[in-house]
Design a protein. Sequence first.
Length: 327
Amino acid sequence: MANSVRFLANVAVCIVMGVVACFLFTGYTALRMPASALFEGVAMSENISQPLSREKLCDFLSQLQVDLGDKGKCLVESPVVEKDVCYTSSNHLAYYALRYVCGNYDLANAVLKFLQSYPTDFYDYHQILVRKPFTLPFTTIENVQVDVVNNIRIVHVRRTTSEISDYYRYANLLVYKALYHLFYGERDKCLAELGKLEGLWDGKGFADAYYQQNQKYETYKIALALYTYKALAHRENIDKYTSKLISINPFTTLYTDNAGEGDLNLETASITLLALYTIPPINAPIPKTATEQTPPTTLPTTIPTAIAIAVTLLIIGIAIRYLVKKR
């Protein structure tokens, strides 16, 4: 009788240990939940305070969503300045950020439906970040309104025939040209463009033509530089631009020194997510239909949970087998 009681007690201990292991595994998966699930019900904010995090940026994107009915959902450009306009260009970047960084597949699919409802061949030059090339030379772009749904303006960006001959005065265009050359395997030309980019760096930001005119730095240009240097595995500049990004407080589209000004927009938030939390280049063309969607780069939370249960059962089984033999 005593042996039976001892045996059952040992089995109970093994079961408890297995349950604890299961909770530890599932607790880990909870940390991988999409930001939208972690921050439901939070009011829309104009900017983000430091410390900067994936969760804060992902939640910011989620707050920008508007329902367009059978045309899916789009993310408005910003909570204040452009709260009634959805650019297909920014939503194109946001799709990748939502799907591959935030893990918010439902919203990513809704944005994909929006992009498919308003197709275009050009999503601004930053499309090179997700390996969608463009042709040189650079030309100016213009905004073209293509629809209005529920008082939300739907806007494409379109290239004009007016060439930009002084592209080297703009930090963003230097980065796009560097990535263009990297896309085609022209590393030396890529580094040459980045050399010009470094010439615009003044220790606080890129003092390019935009800065000279407005006396404000643009945050997304720091994120672009970070993304490019990550693609090149250039540790020194990765650290430099990461440090700068996380020093802008509050985190906004424009800043002076380290002080953010105004609100944060979708373009800046999406590029920052891709720069900080992916390993470039992202080689995942946007699918044409929902059935062609690229599998997520991270495991869904259901898979780690299944693994946890399997490991728990295995531990219990081994323990019981051992105790039965010992008895």
